[in-house]
Design a protein. Structure first.
Length: 150
């Protein structure tokens, strides 16, 4: 870290502590050359995730959209709020572990469906019916047969 006063690179940390918001580190530094002190802040760099929608538009990722879809699918089903939160956490972890800057909404939908399928069959069918945009009863029945055959 360069000293802001003399521009030399030989500085050292003399104190570190969490900053007020607890999402960064405040460091007090001392320049070995000019002996002046200064403060730096270290923060985790977050790369915004972009979601590519079906119509090829792009939006910033929003966890709340996944949560809303899961809550709607699990409405009046024996699924606790804790289970829903865990499901969304798992989906989000998988998404961010890919380390891609962009992800298709279809990939997110498939992840959610695979988790719902394991959790609750009716919630899975509800989510799939909206997500896959079933056009008629036959496509809906085909999806139900897949579940019943297992």
């Amino acid at each position: 870290m360069k000293c802001p006063y003399c521009n030399r690179e030989n500085t050292r940390v003399i104190d570190s502590r969490p900053a007020d918001d607890n999402s960064s580190i405040r460091r007090r530094r001392l320049c070995d050359a000019c002996k002046k002190r200064f403060t730096t802040y270290e923060k985790v760099e977050t790369i915004p995730l972009i979601v590519i929608k079906k119509d090829d538009t792009r939006q910033q990722y929003e966890r709340s959209k996944i949560e809303a879809g899961v809550v709607r699918a699990c409405y009046k089903r024996p699924v606790s709020a804790e289970q829903m939160t865990k499901l969304v956490d798992e989906v989000e972890t998988e998404i961010f572990n890919r380390e891609d800057k962009e992800i298709k909404s279809s990939e997110i939908g498939e992840l959610v469906m695979s988790k719902l399928k394991e959790l609750e069959a009716v919630a899975y069918v509800r989510f799939a019916s909206v997500y896959r945009e079933f056009k008629d009863v036959n496509t809906f029945m085909e999806e139900l047969k897949k579940i019943l055959d297992k």
